[in-house]
Ligand binder design. Structure first.
Ligand SMILES: Nc1ncnc2c1ncn2[C@@H]1O[C@H](COP(=O)(O)OP(=O)(O)O)[C@@H](O)[C@H]1O
Ligand code: SF4
Ligand SMILES: [Mg+2]
Length: 380
């Protein structure tokens, strides 16, 4: 990817993820001790985030975005692959070292109310993290830092003595941002940070994240199921489908020339404000539901729903992310797509066809017990 920092100098990667895998065991039996399969929530992801930049990760619900974000921070132990943060391999770090490293890698959650302890006022929510990491010599110093952070996220000082339920959704997300920010992190993973907010408030929170990034040179991984949300904030966008990236490109390029059929389908679902363009724009409706990550389709994982799927290769050969060259279409070396037929789709040589929704084959013995996804209330 183009690794220029905002000031034009080359930006070194802060985060390098290679072949990351998270497979959750599916257990069965009265005492749940027999592993009968795996949910391949993340199944071989490579990505790199330069310092001070934003990587936007999009894909429909259940495709593995949150698991990827959590595995990156080692909140969910990866099954395989590596995560390098500022040159240090996190998957091999001793627990004590990882704990102190956590100060530098924070997370913002979708639902601020469920991730903030309702019994703690804002001041104690923010001071808790500082105390846990031994930041600030005494309570006075910590209170000063908390007050500064409150200013930075645009909350009034009186908020300190109030409880999460006393705030609006947007204000609560500002508290969530303050809780991450107060520790002075380098990286923030924001998992659907505005999905629970009214559209009018979403832009305010996104703008706040952008301002904070400019002031503090923060690096972001912003996760969303909605392409419109990540468009303006992201330098690079990665599109995920069933545990893997299917396309990755600088933000403007992916919106100008989406190459993967799945990206095109996602994009076609975003309404355009201009009514004439809106009337004429291509709409691709995807047939069927997202297949189960416990039993993903062979070959290209998207072939069961792909309107461009071909009789050869699609059902038996898994495509890798690659750069393509198409005459008349400018695609930079940092625009990569995982589709066997991307060139012919881009030139229009291949046309979309109708796809019949298939029933996704389930194992005869349906697994009964999968540990429910858990969201920590705090990652200090
Ligand atoms: N702790 C867990 N145990 C078992 N399966 C899980 C766990 N967390 C997530 N999953 C499964 O992994 C898949 C990806 O989930 P998730 O990462 O939450 O997707 P997304 O954030 O894109 O909606 C889903 O099928 C989900 O049910
Ligand atoms: S490889 Fe085949 S099934 Fe997969 S996206 Fe490309 S055309 Fe569709
Ligand atoms: Mg999620």
């Amino acid at each position: 990817m183009t690794s220029l920092a905002k000031d034009g100098t080359p930006a070194s990667p802060l985060v390098e993820v290679k072949d990351l895998k998270v497979h959750f065991p599916i257990k069965k039996g009265v005492i749940f001790d027999k592993v009968i399969g795996h949910v391949k929530a993340v199944d071989g992801v490579d990505l790199s985030i330069p310092r001070g930049r934003t990587y936007g990760l999009v894909g429909e619900s259940g495709c593995g975005k949150s698991t990827l974000g959590r595995a990156l921070l080692q909140l969910t132990p990866p099954t395989g692959g590596s995560v390098e943060f500022d040159g240090q391999e996190l998957t091999k770090l001793a627990p004590g070292k990882l704990r102190s490293m956590r100060r530098r890698m924070q997370m913002i959650f979708q639902d601020p109310l469920s991730s903030l302890d309702p019994r703690q006022n804002v001041e104690s929510i923010l001071i808790e993290g500082l105390a846990a990491h031994g930041i600030g010599a005494d309570r006075g110093e910590r209170r000063k830092k908390v007050a500064e952070t409150l200013d930075a996220v645009g909350l009034p000082r009186w908020a300190l003595s109030r409880y999460p339920h006393e705030f609006s959704g947007g204000q609560r997300q500002r508290i969530g941002i303050a809780r991450a920010l107060v520790l002075g992190p380098d990286l923030i993973v924001a998992d659907e940070p505005v999905s629970a907010l009214d559209v009018s408030i979403q832009a305010q929170v996104i703008n706040l994240l952008e301002e904070l990034q400019d002031q503090l040179n923060l690096t972001y991984l912003v996760i969303a199921h909605d392409l419109a949300v990540v468009r303006h904030i992201s330098d690079v966008v990665g599109v995920m489908y069933l545990g893997a990236l299917v396309e990755e490109a600088p933000s403007d390029d992916i919106y100008a020339a989406p190459l993967h059929p799945y990206t095109r389908a996602l994009m076609s679902a975003v309404p355009v404000p201009d009514p004439d363009v809106e009337d004429q724009r291509e709409r691709i409706l995807l047939a069927g539901d997202l297949p189960s990550p416990a039993n993903p389709p062979k070959g290209c994982r998207f072939h069961t729903r792909c309107p461009w799927a071909q009789p050869t290769r699609c059902a038996d050969e898994r495509p890798v992310l690659r750069q393509i060259t198409v005459e008349g279409l400018e695609t930079g070396s940092d625009h990569r797509v995982a589709c066997h037929w991307a060139e012919d789709i881009a030139t229009g040589k291949l046309r979309p066809h109708e796809v019949k929704a298939e029933l996704v084959h389930q194992e005869a013995e349906t697994p009964t017990e999968v540990a429910p996804p858990s969201e920590p209330t705090s990652i200090i």
